[in-house]
Ligand binder design. Sequence first.
Ligand SMILES: Cc1cc2nc3c(=O)[nH]c(=O)nc-3n(C[C@H](O)[C@H](O)[C@H](O)COP(=O)(O)O)c2cc1C
Length: 221
Amino acid sequence: MASKIPFSPLDYDKPSEQELLKRSRSFLELMKKRRTVREFSDEPVPEEVIRHCIETAGTAPSGAHMQPWHFVVVRDPQIKKQIRHAAEKEERINYEMRYSDDMKKDIEKLETNFEKPFLEHAPVLIAVFKESYRIENNIRRKNYYVNESVGIATGLLITALHYAGLVCLPHTPSPMRFLNEILKRPGNESPTVILPVGFPADDTRVPDLNRKPMSQILSEF
Ligand SMILES: Cc1cc2nc3c(=O)[nH]c(=O)nc-3n(C[C@H](O)[C@H](O)[C@H](O)COP(=O)(O)O)c2cc1C
């Protein structure tokens, strides 16, 4: 038997066409300025701001509303150091052995290497975990569209951080299982990304990347 819940009227205010245009245009201009940053100042970030952004991520839609995500915020310098050490161990192998020549060529423009000082310099790290399955009454239950759902939540998180005025880096030092151990997360969760978050260091530079034009990313019928 399906479990039922009550329904309520939708809380929605329809904007005028002018307002729609204004809001969509100004949000676009804001989002065009989002950049991945790899150099952080050590200036602290208010805890409440990070909580607001994570609560925003938690508003994401998810398959069957399973909300298959968990966020871990790290500020402790000792834990950041452990994460940096473990990430650099994997990244050294990635750069020396696991990455294909094609991949190395594709990331060359970013001028990255196995060293990840931002994992210690950024005042906050947010590790995003996906709940591949859940346990209910000792029974393993499936979650649905987990990658899609957690990807959307992470997108909202990055957007909320940017909107608040912070910068971040989606970092994937794969394999990332070491994060389960360091951050004491259970076996049904897998790390998907770790986001160093904060303010950019003075004189931070970013690569001059081009974004695909609308003609390439949009088809209309
Ligand atoms: C899923 C994902 C994984 C990424 N992993 C890394 C990473 O491990 N290291 C890194 O330096 N950048 C990483 N990036 C950042 C991308 O390199 C960056 O988003 C891209 O170059 C475009 O730059 P922009 O974010 O400034 O527009 C990742 C981005 C995404 C979405």
